[in-house]
Design a protein around this ligand. Structure first.
Ligand code: GLY
Length: 437
Protein backbone atom coordinates (compact mmCIF):
# COMPACT_ATOMS: atom_id res chain seq x y z
CA UNK A 1 0.00 0.00 0.00
CA UNK A 2 0.98 3.55 -0.62
CA UNK A 3 1.98 5.02 2.71
CA UNK A 4 2.95 8.65 2.44
CA UNK A 5 3.44 11.67 0.25
CA UNK A 6 6.67 13.66 0.21
CA UNK A 7 6.77 17.41 -0.33
CA UNK A 8 6.92 17.02 -4.12
CA UNK A 9 3.90 14.70 -4.16
CA UNK A 10 5.83 11.46 -4.65
CA UNK A 11 4.49 8.34 -2.98
CA UNK A 12 6.09 5.22 -1.71
CA UNK A 13 3.99 2.47 -3.20
CA UNK A 14 3.68 -1.28 -3.27
CA UNK A 15 3.13 -1.22 -7.03
CA UNK A 16 6.93 -1.14 -7.50
CA UNK A 17 7.98 -0.92 -11.14
CA UNK A 18 4.35 -0.67 -12.16
CA UNK A 19 3.79 2.52 -10.16
CA UNK A 20 2.57 5.37 -12.32
CA UNK A 21 3.62 8.92 -12.93
CA UNK A 22 0.46 10.76 -13.98
CA UNK A 23 -0.14 14.15 -15.57
CA UNK A 24 -3.64 15.52 -15.03
CA UNK A 25 -4.69 18.60 -17.01
CA UNK A 26 -7.13 21.16 -15.60
CA UNK A 27 -7.96 23.25 -12.56
CA UNK A 28 -11.63 22.75 -11.70
CA UNK A 29 -13.50 20.80 -9.04
CA UNK A 30 -13.57 17.90 -11.52
CA UNK A 31 -9.78 17.76 -11.49
CA UNK A 32 -9.69 18.08 -7.69
CA UNK A 33 -12.07 15.10 -7.43
CA UNK A 34 -9.93 13.10 -9.89
CA UNK A 35 -6.69 14.03 -8.10
CA UNK A 36 -8.15 12.89 -4.79
CA UNK A 37 -9.16 9.53 -6.28
CA UNK A 38 -5.78 9.08 -8.00
CA UNK A 39 -4.07 9.82 -4.68
CA UNK A 40 -6.04 6.98 -3.05
CA UNK A 41 -4.76 4.50 -5.63
CA UNK A 42 -1.93 2.14 -4.69
CA UNK A 43 -0.78 2.47 -8.32
CA UNK A 44 0.15 6.13 -8.01
CA UNK A 45 3.81 7.06 -7.75
CA UNK A 46 3.71 10.75 -8.67
CA UNK A 47 0.91 13.10 -9.71
CA UNK A 48 1.46 16.34 -11.61
CA UNK A 49 -1.54 18.58 -12.17
CA UNK A 50 -1.34 21.39 -14.70
CA UNK A 51 -2.11 24.05 -13.73
CA UNK A 52 -4.06 22.63 -10.77
CA UNK A 53 -5.54 24.56 -7.85
CA UNK A 54 -5.29 24.73 -4.06
CA UNK A 55 -7.10 21.38 -3.80
CA UNK A 56 -5.01 19.39 -6.28
CA UNK A 57 -1.86 20.67 -4.51
CA UNK A 58 -2.78 18.43 -1.58
CA UNK A 59 -2.60 15.32 -3.77
CA UNK A 60 0.44 15.97 -5.94
CA UNK A 61 2.54 18.67 -7.52
CA UNK A 62 0.91 21.55 -9.38
CA UNK A 63 2.90 22.54 -12.41
CA UNK A 64 2.78 25.61 -14.66
CA UNK A 65 2.32 24.23 -18.17
CA UNK A 66 0.37 25.72 -21.07
CA UNK A 67 -2.26 23.01 -21.48
CA UNK A 68 -3.56 24.61 -24.66
CA UNK A 69 -0.19 23.86 -26.29
CA UNK A 70 -0.28 20.15 -27.25
CA UNK A 71 3.43 20.02 -28.10
CA UNK A 72 4.41 21.53 -24.73
CA UNK A 73 2.34 18.86 -22.98
CA UNK A 74 4.01 16.17 -25.12
CA UNK A 75 7.48 17.46 -24.23
CA UNK A 76 6.55 17.53 -20.52
CA UNK A 77 5.35 13.91 -20.71
CA UNK A 78 8.60 12.83 -22.37
CA UNK A 79 10.89 14.76 -20.01
CA UNK A 80 9.04 13.73 -16.83
CA UNK A 81 8.52 10.06 -17.81
CA UNK A 82 4.74 10.43 -17.55
CA UNK A 83 3.05 7.03 -17.80
CA UNK A 84 -0.53 8.28 -18.06
CA UNK A 85 -1.97 11.57 -19.33
CA UNK A 86 -5.54 12.46 -18.33
CA UNK A 87 -7.21 15.60 -19.65
CA UNK A 88 -9.98 16.91 -17.40
CA UNK A 89 -11.27 19.62 -19.78
CA UNK A 90 -12.14 19.36 -23.47
CA UNK A 91 -9.96 22.11 -24.92
CA UNK A 92 -6.61 20.23 -24.87
CA UNK A 93 -8.33 17.20 -26.48
CA UNK A 94 -9.99 19.29 -29.19
CA UNK A 95 -6.61 20.91 -29.90
CA UNK A 96 -5.02 17.47 -30.35
CA UNK A 97 -3.12 16.87 -27.10
CA UNK A 98 -3.60 13.09 -27.34
CA UNK A 99 -2.06 12.95 -30.82
CA UNK A 100 0.85 15.21 -29.82
CA UNK A 101 1.64 13.18 -26.69
CA UNK A 102 1.55 9.90 -28.60
CA UNK A 103 3.95 11.35 -31.21
CA UNK A 104 6.39 13.03 -28.79
CA UNK A 105 6.23 10.62 -25.84
CA UNK A 106 5.27 7.16 -27.17
CA UNK A 107 5.73 5.61 -23.72
CA UNK A 108 2.82 7.69 -22.30
CA UNK A 109 -0.67 6.18 -22.29
CA UNK A 110 -3.42 8.71 -22.98
CA UNK A 111 -6.87 8.71 -21.44
CA UNK A 112 -8.85 10.86 -23.86
CA UNK A 113 -9.53 10.81 -27.61
CA UNK A 114 -7.36 12.23 -30.36
CA UNK A 115 -8.39 15.27 -32.36
CA UNK A 116 -10.63 13.19 -34.67
CA UNK A 117 -12.71 11.76 -31.80
CA UNK A 118 -12.76 15.06 -29.92
CA UNK A 119 -14.79 16.57 -32.78
CA UNK A 120 -17.80 14.96 -31.06
CA UNK A 121 -17.55 17.91 -28.67
CA UNK A 122 -15.46 20.35 -30.70
CA UNK A 123 -17.98 20.62 -33.55
CA UNK A 124 -21.72 20.45 -32.99
CA UNK A 125 -22.15 20.13 -36.77
CA UNK A 126 -19.86 17.09 -36.83
CA UNK A 127 -21.73 15.57 -33.87
CA UNK A 128 -25.19 16.07 -35.42
CA UNK A 129 -24.04 14.71 -38.80
CA UNK A 130 -22.43 11.73 -37.01
CA UNK A 131 -25.70 10.98 -35.21
CA UNK A 132 -27.60 11.23 -38.50
CA UNK A 133 -25.14 8.85 -40.21
CA UNK A 134 -25.53 6.29 -37.42
CA UNK A 135 -29.27 6.69 -36.69
CA UNK A 136 -28.69 7.88 -33.13
CA UNK A 137 -31.75 9.64 -31.66
CA UNK A 138 -31.34 13.43 -31.52
CA UNK A 139 -33.49 16.47 -32.35
CA UNK A 140 -34.03 17.30 -36.05
CA UNK A 141 -31.74 20.16 -37.12
CA UNK A 142 -30.44 22.42 -39.85
CA UNK A 143 -27.07 24.18 -40.13
CA UNK A 144 -26.53 27.80 -41.14
CA UNK A 145 -23.08 29.17 -42.00
CA UNK A 146 -21.80 32.74 -42.09
CA UNK A 147 -22.45 34.25 -45.54
CA UNK A 148 -25.58 32.15 -46.19
CA UNK A 149 -29.07 33.65 -46.11
CA UNK A 150 -30.33 32.54 -42.70
CA UNK A 151 -34.01 33.47 -43.28
CA UNK A 152 -35.02 30.07 -44.61
CA UNK A 153 -33.62 28.40 -41.45
CA UNK A 154 -36.02 30.26 -39.13
CA UNK A 155 -39.03 28.01 -38.60
CA UNK A 156 -42.71 28.87 -38.57
CA UNK A 157 -44.12 30.12 -35.26
CA UNK A 158 -45.75 26.70 -34.72
CA UNK A 159 -42.30 25.10 -34.47
CA UNK A 160 -41.01 27.48 -31.81
CA UNK A 161 -39.19 27.55 -29.45
CA UNK A 162 -35.97 26.52 -31.16
CA UNK A 163 -32.43 25.96 -29.94
CA UNK A 164 -29.42 27.65 -31.53
CA UNK A 165 -26.00 26.14 -30.88
CA UNK A 166 -22.60 27.56 -31.81
CA UNK A 167 -20.68 24.92 -33.76
CA UNK A 168 -17.43 25.24 -31.81
CA UNK A 169 -16.44 25.44 -28.15
CA UNK A 170 -17.97 28.38 -26.29
CA UNK A 171 -17.18 27.69 -22.61
CA UNK A 172 -20.67 26.27 -22.02
CA UNK A 173 -22.36 29.49 -23.20
CA UNK A 174 -22.96 28.69 -26.87
CA UNK A 175 -26.54 27.35 -26.60
CA UNK A 176 -29.45 29.81 -26.84
CA UNK A 177 -33.20 29.23 -26.85
CA UNK A 178 -35.46 31.46 -28.97
CA UNK A 179 -39.20 31.62 -28.26
CA UNK A 180 -40.19 33.93 -31.12
CA UNK A 181 -39.12 34.15 -34.75
CA UNK A 182 -37.87 37.71 -34.13
CA UNK A 183 -35.64 36.52 -31.26
CA UNK A 184 -34.39 33.65 -33.39
CA UNK A 185 -33.46 36.03 -36.24
CA UNK A 186 -31.62 38.37 -33.89
CA UNK A 187 -29.77 35.59 -32.07
CA UNK A 188 -28.78 33.94 -35.34
CA UNK A 189 -27.56 37.25 -36.76
CA UNK A 190 -25.47 37.92 -33.66
CA UNK A 191 -24.04 34.41 -33.57
CA UNK A 192 -23.07 34.39 -37.24
CA UNK A 193 -21.45 37.79 -36.74
CA UNK A 194 -19.12 36.81 -33.97
CA UNK A 195 -21.11 36.56 -30.69
CA UNK A 196 -18.94 33.51 -29.87
CA UNK A 197 -16.04 34.37 -32.17
CA UNK A 198 -15.21 31.81 -34.83
CA UNK A 199 -17.13 29.16 -32.84
CA UNK A 200 -20.47 30.56 -34.02
CA UNK A 201 -19.63 31.11 -37.70
CA UNK A 202 -21.68 27.95 -38.14
CA UNK A 203 -24.85 27.46 -36.08
CA UNK A 204 -26.92 24.34 -35.53
CA UNK A 205 -30.63 25.15 -35.29
CA UNK A 206 -32.63 22.35 -33.73
CA UNK A 207 -36.06 21.53 -32.41
CA UNK A 208 -36.53 22.27 -28.71
CA UNK A 209 -37.27 19.12 -26.72
CA UNK A 210 -38.88 19.03 -23.31
CA UNK A 211 -38.04 16.56 -20.56
CA UNK A 212 -35.66 15.84 -17.71
CA UNK A 213 -31.97 15.73 -18.56
CA UNK A 214 -29.07 13.64 -17.33
CA UNK A 215 -25.32 13.22 -17.81
CA UNK A 216 -24.08 9.72 -18.62
CA UNK A 217 -20.31 9.17 -18.46
CA UNK A 218 -19.23 6.23 -20.59
CA UNK A 219 -15.64 5.04 -20.11
CA UNK A 220 -14.60 3.23 -23.27
CA UNK A 221 -11.64 1.89 -25.23
CA UNK A 222 -13.73 2.04 -28.39
CA UNK A 223 -14.98 -1.54 -28.07
CA UNK A 224 -15.87 -2.26 -24.46
CA UNK A 225 -17.32 0.25 -22.04
CA UNK A 226 -18.36 0.90 -18.47
CA UNK A 227 -21.01 3.39 -17.34
CA UNK A 228 -20.63 5.51 -14.19
CA UNK A 229 -23.67 6.14 -12.00
CA UNK A 230 -25.87 8.63 -13.85
CA UNK A 231 -25.80 12.27 -12.71
CA UNK A 232 -27.77 15.43 -13.47
CA UNK A 233 -26.52 18.99 -13.24
CA UNK A 234 -28.26 22.32 -12.68
CA UNK A 235 -27.18 24.63 -15.48
CA UNK A 236 -29.09 27.82 -14.71
CA UNK A 237 -27.54 30.29 -12.28
CA UNK A 238 -30.51 30.80 -9.96
CA UNK A 239 -33.12 28.86 -8.03
CA UNK A 240 -36.05 27.32 -9.89
CA UNK A 241 -33.91 27.17 -13.05
CA UNK A 242 -33.89 30.90 -13.71
CA UNK A 243 -31.08 33.21 -14.77
CA UNK A 244 -28.29 32.71 -17.27
CA UNK A 245 -26.69 29.40 -18.22
CA UNK A 246 -23.56 28.45 -16.30
CA UNK A 247 -21.13 25.54 -16.42
CA UNK A 248 -23.32 24.00 -13.69
CA UNK A 249 -24.29 25.17 -10.19
CA UNK A 250 -24.79 21.76 -8.64
CA UNK A 251 -25.38 18.09 -9.42
CA UNK A 252 -27.00 14.96 -8.05
CA UNK A 253 -26.08 11.32 -8.48
CA UNK A 254 -27.77 8.93 -9.19
CA UNK A 255 -30.87 10.01 -11.13
CA UNK A 256 -34.18 8.25 -10.45
CA UNK A 257 -35.56 8.21 -14.00
CA UNK A 258 -32.36 6.60 -15.34
CA UNK A 259 -33.63 3.17 -14.31
CA UNK A 260 -32.74 -0.19 -15.85
CA UNK A 261 -35.27 0.09 -18.67
CA UNK A 262 -34.15 3.61 -19.63
CA UNK A 263 -30.45 2.66 -19.45
CA UNK A 264 -31.03 -0.39 -21.65
CA UNK A 265 -32.39 1.97 -24.30
CA UNK A 266 -29.36 4.23 -23.80
CA UNK A 267 -27.08 1.24 -24.41
CA UNK A 268 -28.97 -0.11 -27.42
CA UNK A 269 -29.89 3.13 -29.17
CA UNK A 270 -27.03 5.42 -28.24
CA UNK A 271 -23.87 3.92 -26.73
CA UNK A 272 -23.47 0.90 -29.00
CA UNK A 273 -24.30 2.75 -32.24
CA UNK A 274 -21.91 5.54 -31.18
CA UNK A 275 -19.02 3.12 -30.61
CA UNK A 276 -19.86 1.21 -33.80
CA UNK A 277 -19.98 4.51 -35.71
CA UNK A 278 -16.59 5.57 -34.40
CA UNK A 279 -15.07 2.24 -35.41
CA UNK A 280 -16.69 2.35 -38.87
CA UNK A 281 -15.27 5.83 -39.38
CA UNK A 282 -11.80 4.67 -38.31
CA UNK A 283 -11.73 6.84 -35.19
CA UNK A 284 -9.83 5.31 -32.26
CA UNK A 285 -11.43 6.41 -28.99
CA UNK A 286 -10.09 5.74 -25.51
CA UNK A 287 -11.50 7.88 -22.73
CA UNK A 288 -14.86 9.28 -21.71
CA UNK A 289 -17.89 9.86 -23.88
CA UNK A 290 -20.24 12.08 -21.88
CA UNK A 291 -23.76 11.82 -23.19
CA UNK A 292 -25.92 14.84 -22.41
CA UNK A 293 -29.31 13.16 -22.66
CA UNK A 294 -32.94 14.24 -22.49
CA UNK A 295 -35.75 11.86 -21.59
CA UNK A 296 -38.78 12.50 -23.80
CA UNK A 297 -41.64 10.22 -22.71
CA UNK A 298 -39.23 7.48 -21.66
CA UNK A 299 -37.06 7.72 -24.80
CA UNK A 300 -33.45 8.97 -24.60
CA UNK A 301 -32.24 11.58 -27.11
CA UNK A 302 -28.73 13.01 -27.33
CA UNK A 303 -28.58 16.75 -26.66
CA UNK A 304 -24.80 16.78 -26.90
CA UNK A 305 -21.69 14.68 -26.75
CA UNK A 306 -18.75 15.75 -24.61
CA UNK A 307 -15.38 14.05 -24.61
CA UNK A 308 -14.55 14.35 -20.89
CA UNK A 309 -16.33 14.11 -17.56
CA UNK A 310 -18.68 16.90 -16.50
CA UNK A 311 -18.05 19.59 -13.92
CA UNK A 312 -19.63 19.69 -11.31
CA UNK A 313 -21.09 16.19 -11.90
CA UNK A 314 -17.71 14.46 -11.46
CA UNK A 315 -17.57 15.39 -7.76
CA UNK A 316 -20.76 13.50 -6.73
CA UNK A 317 -20.11 10.68 -9.24
CA UNK A 318 -16.65 9.99 -7.83
CA UNK A 319 -17.95 10.33 -4.27
CA UNK A 320 -19.96 7.17 -5.06
CA UNK A 321 -17.12 5.38 -6.87
CA UNK A 322 -15.44 2.83 -4.61
CA UNK A 323 -13.13 1.14 -7.12
CA UNK A 324 -9.70 2.34 -8.23
CA UNK A 325 -10.28 5.02 -10.85
CA UNK A 326 -6.59 5.30 -11.76
CA UNK A 327 -6.47 1.58 -12.54
CA UNK A 328 -9.64 1.97 -14.64
CA UNK A 329 -8.28 4.94 -16.61
CA UNK A 330 -4.99 3.14 -17.25
CA UNK A 331 -6.76 -0.01 -18.47
CA UNK A 332 -9.02 2.06 -20.71
CA UNK A 333 -6.04 3.91 -22.18
CA UNK A 334 -4.38 0.51 -22.82
CA UNK A 335 -7.47 -0.94 -24.56
CA UNK A 336 -8.24 -3.25 -21.61
CA UNK A 337 -11.59 -1.79 -20.59
CA UNK A 338 -13.16 -5.27 -20.41
CA UNK A 339 -10.93 -6.06 -17.38
CA UNK A 340 -12.42 -3.21 -15.31
CA UNK A 341 -14.72 -4.26 -12.49
CA UNK A 342 -16.18 -1.01 -11.15
CA UNK A 343 -17.75 -0.80 -7.71
CA UNK A 344 -20.12 1.92 -6.63
CA UNK A 345 -21.68 2.97 -3.37
CA UNK A 346 -25.43 2.40 -3.31
CA UNK A 347 -26.02 5.79 -1.61
CA UNK A 348 -26.74 9.24 -2.98
CA UNK A 349 -24.47 12.22 -3.47
CA UNK A 350 -25.29 15.90 -3.94
CA UNK A 351 -22.81 18.58 -5.05
CA UNK A 352 -23.42 22.30 -4.55
CA UNK A 353 -21.22 24.88 -6.26
CA UNK A 354 -20.16 28.01 -4.36
CA UNK A 355 -19.61 30.80 -6.89
CA UNK A 356 -17.90 34.18 -7.03
CA UNK A 357 -19.70 37.50 -7.21
CA UNK A 358 -20.43 38.33 -10.86
CA UNK A 359 -20.33 34.73 -12.17
CA UNK A 360 -21.14 33.74 -14.93
CA UNK A 361 -20.58 37.10 -16.66
CA UNK A 362 -17.61 38.70 -14.93
CA UNK A 363 -16.45 36.78 -11.88
CA UNK A 364 -14.64 38.86 -9.27
CA UNK A 365 -11.46 37.04 -8.19
CA UNK A 366 -8.75 37.49 -5.58
CA UNK A 367 -11.17 37.36 -2.60
CA UNK A 368 -9.74 35.77 0.56
CA UNK A 369 -11.36 32.46 1.51
CA UNK A 370 -11.75 30.94 4.96
CA UNK A 371 -13.06 27.44 5.60
CA UNK A 372 -14.46 26.20 8.92
CA UNK A 373 -14.12 22.59 9.96
CA UNK A 374 -16.23 20.55 7.54
CA UNK A 375 -18.90 18.26 9.01
CA UNK A 376 -18.42 14.48 8.72
CA UNK A 377 -19.52 13.02 5.41
CA UNK A 378 -18.81 16.25 3.51
CA UNK A 379 -16.11 16.77 0.89
CA UNK A 380 -14.86 20.05 -0.50
CA UNK A 381 -13.50 19.91 -4.03
CA UNK A 382 -11.60 23.07 -4.93
CA UNK A 383 -12.30 24.78 -8.24
CA UNK A 384 -11.30 28.42 -8.63
CA UNK A 385 -9.31 28.41 -5.41
CA UNK A 386 -5.56 29.07 -5.32
CA UNK A 387 -2.89 30.32 -2.91
CA UNK A 388 -1.62 33.82 -3.67
CA UNK A 389 1.99 34.96 -3.32
CA UNK A 390 1.47 35.44 0.43
CA UNK A 391 0.18 31.87 0.79
CA UNK A 392 -3.42 32.99 1.39
CA UNK A 393 -6.32 31.03 -0.02
CA UNK A 394 -8.10 33.23 -2.60
CA UNK A 395 -10.72 32.90 -5.32
CA UNK A 396 -9.38 32.59 -8.88
CA UNK A 397 -12.46 32.01 -11.07
CA UNK A 398 -16.24 31.86 -11.10
CA UNK A 399 -16.93 28.42 -9.66
CA UNK A 400 -14.84 28.41 -6.51
CA UNK A 401 -15.61 24.95 -5.16
CA UNK A 402 -18.09 22.09 -5.16
CA UNK A 403 -19.24 20.84 -1.77
CA UNK A 404 -20.42 17.22 -1.80
CA UNK A 405 -22.65 15.54 0.76
CA UNK A 406 -23.29 11.80 0.82
CA UNK A 407 -26.13 9.92 2.46
CA UNK A 408 -28.36 6.93 2.15
CA UNK A 409 -31.18 9.22 0.96
CA UNK A 410 -31.10 12.24 -1.30
CA UNK A 411 -32.47 14.38 1.54
CA UNK A 412 -29.57 13.34 3.82
CA UNK A 413 -26.99 13.97 1.09
CA UNK A 414 -28.55 17.37 0.38
CA UNK A 415 -28.55 18.37 4.05
CA UNK A 416 -24.88 17.41 4.38
CA UNK A 417 -23.90 19.34 1.25
CA UNK A 418 -25.60 22.51 2.49
CA UNK A 419 -24.04 22.11 5.96
CA UNK A 420 -20.70 22.05 4.16
CA UNK A 421 -21.56 25.12 2.08
CA UNK A 422 -22.11 27.06 5.33
CA UNK A 423 -18.45 26.41 6.22
CA UNK A 424 -17.08 28.33 3.18
CA UNK A 425 -16.65 32.09 3.51
CA UNK A 426 -15.54 34.80 1.10
CA UNK A 427 -16.97 38.17 0.11
CA UNK A 428 -19.63 37.81 -2.57
CA UNK A 429 -19.99 34.02 -2.22
CA UNK A 430 -23.32 32.71 -3.49
CA UNK A 431 -24.95 29.39 -4.39
CA UNK A 432 -28.28 27.94 -5.46
CA UNK A 433 -30.44 26.87 -2.54
CA UNK A 434 -32.57 24.31 -4.43
CA UNK A 435 -30.07 21.65 -5.56
CA UNK A 436 -31.67 18.19 -5.15
CA UNK A 437 -34.90 19.68 -3.80
N1 GLY B 1 -21.80 20.35 -16.29
C1 GLY B 1 -21.78 20.43 -17.70
C2 GLY B 1 -20.48 20.17 -18.33
O1 GLY B 1 -19.53 19.77 -17.69
O2 GLY B 1 -20.38 20.35 -19.53
Amino acid sequence: MKTQTDSAGEHTTSAGENALTVLLLGNGSRECALAEKFHESPLLKKLYTAPGNAGTAAYGQNTALDISNPEAVGVFCASHSVDLLVSGPELPLVLGVADAVKAISPHTHVFGPGRAGARLEGSKVFAKDFMTRHAIPTAPFTVVSKGENPECAIPEATELPIVLKADGLAAGKGTLIASTAADARLMLHEMLNGAFGKSSERVVIEKFMNGPECSVFVMTDGTDYRIFPVAADYKRAHDRNTGPNTGGMGAVCPVDFADQAFMQKVRDKIIEPTLRGLREEGIEYRGIIYLGLINVDGEPYVLEYNVRMGDPETAPVLALTKSDILDAFLKTAQGRCREILPEYDSGKAVGVVVASEGYPDHAVTGRKISIDLLPDGVKLLAGGMIRNGAGELVTSSGRVCTVVGKGSTLAQARRKAYEGVCAIHFNGAWFRTDIAE
